[in-house]
Design a protein around this ligand. Structure first.
Ligand code: NAD
Length: 521
């Protein structure tokens, strides 16, 4: 697959490329491909196609499950072609790129297999009431650049399964793999069900302001999330916002630094720290601080940083120039406020957006790298004396995505979970990301839920369906209860059938009936 030449997918086919924008390989800093820039007219076409496709697509859940399964198979078959493209535009090592594509396959299969049954609220002689989930219509899905394939899968898998159709837009920093997904599935997904468009940031704003979508599913920064929420408000579009994180890891005084260092290091540095639910701050009891810093520094120095296409590379470049500048700025700010570099601390002297894995000590609360999301390979390791104070500091930012507690005493660690204000707490590991587990940010980390049945429900509105018991309908429209058993019946007097009326039970013949109640139509 060549990067140049990928087109947008609108109504099941290739949309003509009328304008383009450059895509940079972060390992070189050079533009290596052109991606199509969607015009307003093309966005209208994509929205119209999604709207037209909705009625047929939403009607047949069995068909949707089959299509999702086929999407998973097609994606799995294309993984070896997609992974190098993902590495080229995102920077991550090839192995991690393969893993990300594999994750998207797993999400598709999970939602294809998920049993979705109506919730029955009442099923007795007085009636039958169920709560069902109805799809919303067209979903506008907008994704960031750190996991373009996986985070798109968190949206299209549940949204399509629930019966919605979609217009999907990747980040302008990483549009290519998402465009490739559209191409791969042209033969699999019915026209209009999943449209893929690409373009610079204003395209996102056009989508959120567009009159067609009934839901916006957004993953990205808190700053943009606010704009999305504001844009959705006028039209009361449903919104799910998966936003930034500033996740704390709390290391208790009984933790063995050497034992936990691998887990903690990679929880902070996987994907070069560009993970919403990665460790962004470590609070460690002061008795363990020195040993933990030493163990993390050893790993930072040993990590193999380089072009993700090269074998054995563990950490690629930062994805883009603005993010590289931000990490440089936050590390510089920490150093001017008394932080000490224990490892790294500066960019690597080579082309591309490479930054040495950085461990900082001497960082105090109130420093930007503690209070803000760095989203890059720089980790402050902060000592504490009193656990209550550490919990307070862990909760002391505007974010609340995930957190972890590290200790061999599991009960003690679990006891701290209820005091942490975030969507997920894990013990001796950071973040549990699986298709069946919800991810939902507290505070500025988000609004709504992704993944699991909860994520699917986010692509639906509730509908109450109240009716006579199904049995009654099956037997010519008149039914009742005899001795607790639903029966076919006929009224003893007149045509009026109301709950509680008497009638003739056709179950035993009238002579054997022991009391017919609650006739209903
Ligand atoms: P970003 O907010 O800059 O961009 C995200 C997406 O929004 C891009 O596709 C962009 O083109 C689009 N966009 C930009 N302006 C828009 C507007 N006005 N209206 C609609 N869309 C617009 O974020 P980013 O830099 O791409 O991603 C990094 C951020 O994403 C980090 O803060 C990270 O924590 C967060 N993130 C969160 C999760 C999560 O699940 N909570 C997952 C991954 C990343």
């Amino acid at each position: 697959m060549t990067a140049v030449g990928l087109s947008m997918t609108i109504n099941g086919g290739a949309a003509p490329t009328v304008a383009t924008f450059g895509v940079v390989n972060p390992a070189t800093g050079d533009v290596f491909a052109q991606a199509p820039a969607c015009s307003r007219g093309q966005l209208d076409e994509a929205m119209a196609a999604a709207q037209t496709a909705f009625w047929t697509w939403s009607a047949d859940d069995k068909e949707r499950r089959v299509v999702l399964g086929e999407m998973g198979d097609a994606l799995e078959a294309a993984a070896d072609r997609l992974a190098p493209l993902l590495t080229a535009e995102q920077g991550k090592p090839l192995e991690d790129a393969r893993m990300e594509v594999g994750g998207a396959v797993a999400w598709l299969r999970y939602y294809a297999d998920l049993e979705t049954l109506p919730e029955i609220v009442q099923d007795d002689e007085h009636g039958y009431v169920e709560v069902v989930r109805r799809p919303l219509g067209v979903v506008a899905a907008i994704t960031p650049w750190n996991f373009p394939v996986a985070l798109a899968a968190w949206k299209f898998s549940p949204a399509l399964r629930a019966g919605n159709t979609m217009v999907l837009k990747p980040s302008p920093f990483t549009p290519l793999t998402t465009l490739a997904l559209g191409e791969i599935w042209r033969e699999v997904v019915p026209p209009g069900v999943l449209n893929v468009v690409s373009g610079p940031d204003p395209l996102g704003a056009w989508m959120t302001a567009h009159p067609v979508p009934r839901k916006i599913s957004f993953t990205g920064s808190t700053a943009t999330g606010r704009k999305v929420a504001a844009a959705a408000a006028d039209d009361l579009k449903r919104v799910t916002l998966e936003l930034g994180g500033n996740d704390p890891a709390i290391v208790l005084d009984d933790a063995d630094p050497e034992q936990i260092a691998d887990g903690l290091f990679w929880a902070a540095f996987f994907n070069n720290g560009q993970v919403c639910c990665g460790v962004k701050r470590v609070y460690v009891h002061q008795r363990r601080h020195g040993a933990l810093v030493a163990a993390l520094v050893a790993r930072a120095k040993a990590a193999r940083v380089g072009d993700g296409t090269q074998p054995d590379v563990q950490l690629g470049p930062i994805n883009n120039q603005p993010q590289f500048d931000r990490v440089s700025e936050l590390v510089g700010d920490a150093l001017t406020h008394g932080a000490v570099v224990a490892a790294g601390g500066s960019p690597l002297d080579r082309p591309g957006y490479f930054f040495a894995p950085t461990i900082l000590t001497g960082v105090v609360d109130g420093t930007r790298i503690v209070d803000e999301e760095q989203f890059g390979p720089a980790l402050p390791v902060i000592p504490y004396r009193d656990l209550g104070g550490a919990i307070e500091r862990a909760n002391g930012t505007t974010y609340g995505l995930t957190a972890s507690v590290w200790s061999p005493d599991i009960d003690r660690a679990c006891g701290i979970a209820s005091r942490l204000d975030c969507g997920q707490v894990t013990v001796n590991v950071h973040a549990a990301i699986r298709p069946d587990l919800p991810l939902s940010g507290h505070k500025w980390s988000g609004f709504g839920v992704e993944n699991g049945p909860w994520g699917l429900q986010g692509f639906t509105d509730l509908q109450v369906l109240a009716r006579p018991r199904p049995h009654a309908q099956r037997h010519g429209g008149i039914g009742g209860w005899c001795d607790g058993v639903p029966v076919t019946a006929r009224p003893s007097t007149g045509p009026a059938i109301v709950p509680g009326a008497t009638g003739v039970c056709l179950r035993w013949n009238r002579s054997r009936c022991r009391g017919l109640t609650a006739l209903s139509r």
